[in-house]
Design a protein around this ligand. Sequence first.
Ligand SMILES: [Zn+2]
Ligand SMILES: [Zn+2]
Length: 94
Amino acid sequence: MSTQCPYCDLCTDRSTLHAHLAEEHGDRLAFSWHERSGYAIATVTCPICGASWDQPLRKARRDPRFLDEFAYEIRLVLFDLLLHHIRGEHEKGR
Ligand SMILES: [Zn+2]
Ligand SMILES: [Zn+2]
């Protein structure tokens, strides 16, 4: 069973697509800083329905370099949420 990439025409198995999203579409994630706590927050938005999920990055506290060092892992976590959502909400009847 294959899944289509929500951002391009690629259609492949889930684990390949997961890596593809992290490598090619990392710029689709939004990063922001939570002023009060000092945590970084990564946000992924579903391009199909606009639902979004925030992932607080507690380890990023007061360390902007964290985002560079762990960017790939952060992407994997967030795109996992997105893939799970797409499979559950947007692939019914396929
Ligand atoms: Zn893609
Ligand atoms: Zn959606």
